[in-house]
Design a protein around this ligand. Structure first.
Ligand SMILES: [Zn+2]
Length: 254
């Protein structure tokens, strides 16, 4: 990454809290290679890929805001572009109640000992357990999310001793072909069609018959303690520090 000066580096990579600068969890996670990104950029081209990513991020923000408002009992106005996702979420809530409070949403976390900062989407109770809920609008639930949530968990367990688990809630929406079952995901202005299985069942591309958009809600709990994931996060952080040594020394972090 190129930075104009230390101010740009500091604002791009972290937060200053009470006069101390901390790197951001999501920035640290960028050190880990994500092979799916290469496929994505080669399929759509780099400039276009950047645009799609930006628009997807905006859609992701809309979904986060709506979900978090609903979780605390508000009735937010829903942007038409994300309506199927939010309807699916409301249906999901009827079967799986999720309890939280406004002060448990979007909490800023700081790990003073290991020096990093971030924002946890929500601390919630599902069933009889208290855990971290991270909301994703990605195409699937990636294992990388374990590292991110472990970083939040290690901070929040000090404030909430009864905190016992981590959940990822993936919220998405797709159009389904009523002939062959292929799905089309309209994300970031890009229509991505996934063939049904087995692929021979698929209509020819011009022949799909798209039904209304369906929302998808998937809740996944991470098994086991957060320790293994947290160690991996700290290793990623160490590598990130090594890569950014020049700037980190300039700002007095190293
Ligand atoms: Zn079809």
């Amino acid at each position: 990454m190129y930075y104009k000066d230390e101010y740009e580096f500091m604002s791009d990579s972290g937060h200053e809290i009470e006069g101390i600068w901390y790197p951001r969890v999501t920035t640290i996670m960028d050190i880990k290679s994500k092979p799916a990104l290469y496929h994505f950029y080669s399929a759509v081209g780099f400039a276009n890929g950047e645009k799609i990513k930006e628009q997807s991020a905006n859609e992701g923000t809309l979904v986060h805001e709506a979900i978090e408002a609903i979780l605390v009992g508000e009735e937010p106005i829903i942007d038409a572009s994300i309506e199927p996702s939010i309807l699916a979420f409301k249906t999901f809530l009827e079967k799986t109640p999720i309890k939280t409070r406004p002060e448990l949403i979007e909490q800023k976390i700081i790990h003073k000992e290991y020096r990093y900062a971030g924002t946890a989407d929500a601390v919630v109770t599902i069933g009889d357990r208290l855990g971290i809920l991270d909301i994703k609008t990605s195409k699937s639930i990636y294992r990388d999310y374990n590292l991110q949530t472990a970083a939040y968990f290690d901070v929040l367990k000090k404030d909430y001793p009864e905190l016992s688990t981590r959940w990822i809630m993936r919220i998405d929406q797709v159009d389904v072909c009523e002939v062959c079952g292929a799905t089309m995901r309209r994300k970031g202005g890009r229509d991505k069609i996934t063939k049904p299985w087995p692929a021979q069942k698929a209509c020819s591309p011009a022949n799909h018959v798209w039904k209304d958009t369906e929302g998808i809600v998937e809740l996944k709990e991470f098994p086991g303690s957060h320790t293994n994931d947290f160690e991996a996060f700290l290793s990623a952080k160490r590598l990130w520090e090594w890569e950014n040594e020049f700037w980190l020394k300039r700002i007095g972090y190293l």
